[in-house]
Design a protein around this ligand. Sequence first.
Ligand code: ZN
Ligand code: ZN
Length: 166
Amino acid sequence: MYLSLREIIEVPGAFLPFEVEIAPEDLYFPSIERFSKPLYAKGEIINTAGVMNIVGHLSAEMVCVCDRCAKEFFSIKEMELNIPLAADLNDEENAEIFAVKGDEIDLSEILKTCFILDMETKFLCREDCKGLCSICGRDLSEGECGCVKPVDPRLAVLGQLLDIDD
Ligand SMILES: [Zn+2]
Ligand SMILES: [Zn+2]
């Protein structure tokens, strides 16, 4: 969604409210299976002494896949927005700042990018998920399976060394 900043770009103290639903179709992240509904964002673009910021709130509801047990789980992400915009961007190293082209920004693109950048690195169905047994595949959060794990070869060597010492 393109948003014109014409009315606030030259007016320090001015702000432009927005409320937007963003279709998540082209939003891809490995551990996200699907979105339950469009991303929702509400806030305003504020011109503070000539510097523009998107401030507000974004929420998303999604079905994720647990990194440990591969089970699907429902997750809600709430995100505070505070995104600086730059009118003329000559500082290309500053990737955190989004450029205003002319007097327009592509608000949904910016929000989608921030959403992905803010993503957790680990997706767990619960914090203490024990994952699956590497031998029988049982969900270890539901109980131990009794499989005997092969001994780590490094530990086996250590065992031999200890035997020699005896
Ligand atoms: Zn899990
Ligand atoms: Zn097992």
